[in-house]
Structures are given as C-alpha cells and as structure tokens.
Design a protein around this ligand. Structure first.
Ligand SMILES: Nc1ncnc2c1ncn2[C@@H]1O[C@H](COP(=O)(O)OP(=O)(O)OP(=O)(O)O)[C@@H](O)[C@H]1O
Ligand code: SF4
Ligand SMILES: [Mg+2]
Length: 351
C-alpha cells in the first residue's frame, strides 16, 4: 500500500506499526509582537522512524530534545506541522472516524508521574473503567475487565476500591499500566515510566512491562534519560538531539559501537553501561546543550562536534542507512564526508 506521508516515495511496510516520514512539529513562541518577528521551537524536525510490531524502542536524548513532543504527535494529542503519522498503514491525518476510534483503543500511554495518570477523586476501579465506559461498554462488563486488568499488573483486587493517595508510587504506576492495558492496545507509549520510582521498584515495574509485552505481543516506545533502563528493556535505541533523530538502531550495536558523535558522547558519559570498556578511548562531549530557538546553521550538533567540517556548518545531514536496521544522521557516513575540518580545538581525548 502506498501512503502519502511526506513524499511520493513513501511506501507502507506491513511489518511496521508506526511510520514517521520526515515528520515535523514546530511551536510558534513569539507571534511577531517582539522585535525579530515570529520564532519557532523546532521540537521535532524532519524525523524519519519506523517501529515494527512487537518491538521495544527506547527513545533517549537530553532534556528538551523533543522526545515528549514526538510521543504527543504519535498519540495524536497534537497535530504535526508537516507530514503525518502512519499507524498500522493508516495515515492519521486522513483517517476516517472509525479509524480514529480504532486508533484510540490501539495506542495507550503511561506518563512519568504516577499521580498525574489518575484522577485523585476516583477509585482505582473507576479510573480503570473510564476508558471502557467512554467506548460504550456496559458497567458490569467494564468492572470485570478492570478486575482482570489489575490482575495483569499483579495487584490484589482489594485495591480496586482505593484512592490514589492511599497507594505508593510503584502501586500507582502499576495501576496506570493496568488502565493503559484495559482497552487491549497494540502499542504502549511510556514516557519516563520509572524515573519517579525508587531503584528497587523501578526494576519490578520494568520486569512487569517486559512480561506484559511478551504475553500481550505489545509494541513499546519507551522514553527515558536512563541508558541502563534502555539497555535492559529495549530492542532498539533512537537518539534525539535538538529535535532531530541522530541515530536509530539495534540496542547492542548502538551501545557497543555508536556511530553518531552525540551518541558516542552519551555512551561515554555512562561508564556503568560498559564496565568492560573502562580502558577504551573516551569521547568527551564538550559544550552546552543548544537551544531549539537559536539553532546553529547546518548540523545542529556542529558547535559540540570534534569532527565538524565546513560542510557541517552549511548543510543539514540526511539519514544514512548503515544497514536495514541502523540509521545515522551525520556527514561522516555519506560519500561526500564532512569537508575541510573547521576546528582543531575540539579533540577526542583519552582518559
Ligand atoms: N506547547 C508547547 N509550546 C511551545 N513550546 C513547547 C510546547 N511543548 C513543548 N515545547 C518545547 O519543545 C521543546 C521540546 O520539549 P519536549 O517536552 O518534547 O522535550 P523532552 O525531550 O521531552 O524533554 P524532557 O527530557 O525534559 O522531558 C522544548 O523546548 C519545549 O519547551
Ligand atoms: S554532520 Fe558534522 S557536525 Fe554533525 S555530527 Fe556529523 S561530523 Fe559532527
Ligand atoms: Mg519529556
């Protein structure tokens, strides 16, 4: 099937459940009232990413790199500025009412803050039942589904009658997961699902997510700043930097042999991730994270990149496919290369 995502060459692959083709989401932050006119936050800029059914994809990147915005666009909570989300072959921008109704049952979300996932004035049972009632299910059946959903997350049914303030962070997050599962989704988007939890509880919740994924053949997009979580849970890693996807590939490849200079910086900054690599040459990432409003011309990473050449200052790198499953957005991997090197100051240093 051919879908008009961004350009005519886009072809839907039935193995993919989510397809993004040059997706953009810009926010206008200064509507022309101040000197300088309109300014945009390019929170998601030209992102091309496919997620196969049954995969667990971890999305990493510094704070403000656009991870939550990308999730919100996929969830159809905000419209893209350019291009479309293709879900299970359906272009969401051209979906029928029935297709949108199906989409809302097939994609579920769990946010970071367990309390924000639930209404403080509702019992656990009402919270879990609500999506079912909204979709027209009879109360008795919805109650039974709520009980089963709680069972899935290994909580006793007595918690159905509790209120959020009576529960711990770990229990609340389990209930948020139960609520997300109640409509029997295909895809779950988990935005920092364990970062508000104690380490011991984090491990329990991650193991529960892994069990559920296998049992229910789910596809996950897991957003986290914790590379250890990514390594533990995900099949693939997607790395964002200032609104752009800079690398995407199988977890082991990206961790053991990162290609993009930013990914190398991230991996080097996490010694626990590669304890056996402690003696290897370290890549020290210099500079401060940039601003999405005042973006450098050319490659967004050029002010921090020790390999930057003249071309990186002028042109925007496109995706280069190193294999079917590993893509990187950097001139070092295309035929023309980076051009003449611009700075000798930024060096890769050995620790
Ligand atoms: N509704 C909005 N209006 C204007 N700017 C927005 C809006 N939502 C997000 N942004 C901006 O988009 C950029 C990306 O934000 P986003 O929340 O997606 O980042 P993130 O990678 O999830 O960060 P974090 O790791 O801190 O959660 C930020 O600069 C943010 O201020
Ligand atoms: S395109 Fe150039 S500046 Fe950007 S990451 Fe690659 S080498 Fe560095
Ligand atoms: Mg976020």
């Amino acid at each position: 099937m051919k879908e008009n995502a961004k350009n005519e060459t886009f072809v839907h692959d039935p193995e993919n459940v989510i397809e993004l083709d040059h997706l953009k989401k810009y926010f206008t932050v200064n509507k022309g009232k101040l000197k300088g006119g309109k300014q945009y936050v390019k929170a998601v800029d030209d992102v091309t990413l496919n997620i196969k059914a049954g995969e667990i994809v971890g999305l990493v990147g510094e704070s403000g790199s656009g991870k939550t915005t990308l999730a919100r666009v996929i969830l159809n909570l905000t419209k893209p500025t350019d291009s479309h989300v293709v879900f299970d072959g359906v272009n969401l921008s051209h979906a029928t009412k029935k297709q949108m109704k199906d989409f809302r049952t097939e994609v579920a979300v769990v946010f970071q803050d367990p309390a924000s996932n639930l209404n403080p004035r509702e019992t656990v049972e009402s919270s879990i039942m609500r999506p079912l009632i909204i979709h027209g299910m009879k109360k008795a059946e919805a109650k039974e589904r709520a009980r089963k959903s709680l069972e899935l997350v290994k909580m006793d049914e007595r918690y159905l009658y509790s209120y959020p303030h009576q529960l711990s962070g770990g229990q609340l997050q389990r209930i948020a997961i139960a609520r997300a599962l109640v409509l029997d989704p295909k895809v779950m988007i988990l935005d920092e699902p364990t970062s508000a939890l104690d380490i011991s509880v984090q491990a329990q919740v991650l193991n529960l997510l892994l069990e559920l994924q296998e049992k229910m053949h789910l596809t996950y997009l897991v957003i986290t700043h914790d590379l250890n979580v990514i390594r533990y849970i995900s099949d693939k890693i997607a790395v964002m930097y200032l609104g752009r996807l800079v690398e995407y590939g199988p977890t082991d490849d990206v961790i053991e042999n990162p290609k993009h200079p930013y990914t190398r910086g991230l991996m080097s900054a996490s010694p626990i991730l590669n304890p056996h690599d402690r003696d290897k040459e370290k890549y020290i990432m210099g500079g401060e994270p940039g601003s999405l409003i005042h973006l450098p011309k050319g490659c967004h990473f050029n002010p921090r990149c020790p390999y930057a050449g003249e071309r990186c200052m002028q042109e925007t790198p496109e995706n280069v496919y190193l294999s079917d499953s590993h893509q990187v957005t950097c001139f070092m991997y295309d035929e023309k290369g980076v051009g003449e090197k611009v700075s000798e100051e930024k060096e890769v240093s050995a620790e």
